[in-house]
Write a protein that binds this ligand. Structure first.
Ligand code: DER
Length: 227
């Protein structure tokens, strides 16, 4: 069992009968979906799920997990997802998968947000390894980019995999990947981005994670947010 599988299993063990579980997106979230499906099959665990993306919804469906439509859900017990960076204060950077709107909705609506990472995702500051993904209304991208530049950012629209156009999020928006350097902290940047019109969502998840499970060489380290 690799570290991602190990933390995914650890997370699946925290799911209780009757829970509505939010499913994340990405390779680590995929392992969690497999482990959850395994428990529901082998231990008759009764859960329903809501998914942060079409990709994870179809994986859950293939594995026989009951899925609810996003519009049917008003409360989520537990949301389990990966992250691209995690700071010492448990601020996250997400958005490499370009499904920010559903991910942040689930992270905000849930009772508990369990984040699964390998230790290489730990950083000293948000933005250390990746630019900040910023999802913008397509018609607003140039105006938003100017406002972000005025706040010390530089970057551009994210290209699609074939590099012949721009990536479109599942909510139909464009993604600006912006670097802000070390001089602006995640709390301030979160507040700045929350206040710019035309931004639909962004990748800083500030004060949202409840617990981070870190896979390190076959061991699971657990960090709790201090609230
Ligand atoms: O898209 C995201 O926000 C996720 O954090 C995702 O990028 C993490 O994926 P991974 O588990 O494959 O690293």
């Amino acid at each position: 069992m690799n570290d991602k599988q190990l933390i995914a299993k650890h997370a699946a063990d925290q799911v209780a009968d009757g829970m509505l579980v939010g499913l994340g997106t990405g390779s680590t979230a995929n392992y969690f979906i497999e482990e959850l499906a395994h428990r529901s099959r082998e231990q008759c665990l009764k859960v329903s799920t809501v998914s942060s993306s079409i990709v994870s919804a179809s994986k859950a469906q293939q594995l026989g997990l009951p899925i609810m439509g996003f519009e049917q859900v008003s409360h989520v017990d537990l949301y389990v997802d990966g992250a691209d960076e995690v700071s010492p204060e448990l601020t996250l950077l997400k958005g490499q998968g370009a499904d920010l709107v559903r991910e942040k909705l689930l992270a905000t609506a849930c009772d508990r947000f369990l984040v699964l990472i390998e230790s290489n995702k730990l950083v000293q500051r948000i933005g250390q390894r990746f630019p900040i993904p910023i999802e913008v209304m397509p018609f607003a991208w140039q105006l938003v980019k100017k406002l972000l530049e005025a706040n010390g950012g530089h970057g551009d629209l994210r290209q699609n995999a074939s590099k012949n156009g721009f990536i479109i999020s599942s909510a139909g928006n464009l993604i600006l990947d912006m670097n802000f350097g070390a001089h602006i902290d995640a709390k301030t940047l979160n507040e700045t981005l929350n206040g710019i019109p035309g931004i639909v969502e962004h990748g800083i998840f500030y004060g949202l994670a409840t617990t981070v499970l870190i896979g390190v060489n076959g061991e699971v380290e657990e960090r709790q947010a201090s609230l």
